[in-house]
Design a protein. Structure first.
Length: 364
């Protein structure tokens, strides 16, 4: 009988130890990891070592030359780091971009990179990704009012300042037209802010008068053309300078000027260093563009994306407020380009070939 009591006690003790061990194991899962307590470090979803990191790339559009280049260079950069990338483009459709991002999230990407069409609407994507334990990088354009993990772009306010500085040197006084980008794009707001950082003192002292100022829906050249036609009509063609938010809108502006015999007579600024813009600079119908070395951007984002996906600590000392948080940011520097330095910048970098840029130049 005593033997049975002792045996029973041992069984009871074993059961208690089993329960305590099991409870400790369950509790350990809820203890915050280093990654959870350090917002600059992330998990990699415990991927097997032999399984490649997979990056999801949700793009606004591929309808402009610039974004085709971003897509190709980013893919090349990611693959050079031994990772994979799945790329989807919504071509300006907010609902489609959200749906495509959900698809990437459901596929279990290790990190999501997003070029937002609508800075506000894409906050939903960030929320959905975080629910799935996936970090998000905003590529070139900031996502507003979201707990975005990282923002990598160029100093877009500086882009506008470079445009303003270039045009005011040529036209220190006169009637100015500003053709903005899509107001749903936070970059368009930053470009405009930079331009008016330069223009405002000259506006205040009466040297410059803004005679037309309008956003361009979806950044399309057709809408920019319509805006410029309206500006010319409202001012009896008395326009002295135009600053356009990018080269696509500058193309629409120049088309309108050509119809009135003013192309090459009215200075026009753009940005993105598209091939058509570079050719117009050589031809003399566009004054300048702002070159943002996209290869530098794609390589930087690819490096950071793979590091974050692996759970490594990254260095992002700059902060940009997106309306909700101070977003850790990496901002690269843009370069003003005109006829005088086009060979030493976009051509020297191999961004465009000299043959292509000078294709329509009869003086070669």
């Amino acid at each position: 009988m005593r033997h049975l009591l002792i045996k029973g006690r041992f069984l009871l003790l074993a059961l208690v130890l089993t329960f305590v061990t099991s409870a400790c194991e369950k509790e350990a899962v809820t203890i915050p990891t280093v990654e959870q307590t350090n917002p600059t470090k992330t998990t990699n979803h415990e991927k097997p070592k032999d399984e490649k990191i997979k990056i999801g790339f949700s793009m606004d559009t591929l309808q402009e030359e610039r974004w085709l280049r971003d897509r190709d260079l980013f893919k090349k950069s990611v693959e050079a780091l031994g990772a994979e990338v799945e790329i989807l483009a919504a071509n300006g459709d907010d609902a489609l971009q959200i749906s495509q991002a959900e698809r990437l999230i459901s596929q279990g990407v290790d990190l999501l990179v997003i070029v937002p069409h609508n800075a506000e609407a894409t906050a939903a994507i960030v929320h959905k990704a975080h629910l799935a334990g996936i970090k998000v990088i905003a590529y070139d354009r900031l996502v507003k009012n979201a707990d975005i993990d990282l923002y990598v772009s160029f100093d877009n306010e500086k882009v506008g300042e470079l445009q303003g500085e270039a045009i005011t040197k040529l036209v220190p006084k006169g009637n100015y037209v500003y053709i903005g980008g899509a107001m749903t794009d936070n970059n368009a707001l930053l470009f405009k802010k930079g331009v008016f950082n330069v223009l405002q003192p000259l506006i205040d002292n009466g040297d410059i008068k803004i005679v037309y100022d309008q956003w361009t829906k979806d950044w399309t050249p057709a809408n920019a053309l319509a805006n410029m036609e309206a500006a010319l009509k409202a001012n009896g063609n008395q326009i002295d300078a135009v600053i356009a938010a990018n080269d696509a809108t500058a193309g629409g502006v120049i088309q309108a000027l050509q119809a009135h015999g003013l192309a090459g007579k009215v200075p026009v600024a753009g940005q993105d260093a598209e091939l058509a813009a570079a050719q117009r600079i050589i031809e003399g119908t566009q004054t300048m563009t702002v070159y943002k070395p996209i290869q530098s951007l794609t390589e930087k984002v690819a490096q950071l994306a793979v590091k974050i996906a692996k759970g490594e600590i990254i260095d992002a000392k700059q902060k940009v407020n997106n309306g909700k948080i101070e977003v850790p940011s990496v901002l690269l520097q843009p370069i003003a380009v005109d006829r005088s330095n086009i060979d030493d910048t976009i051509i020297a970098d191999g961004f465009h070939s000299r043959a292509d840029v000078y294709k329509n130049d009869d003086s070669r």
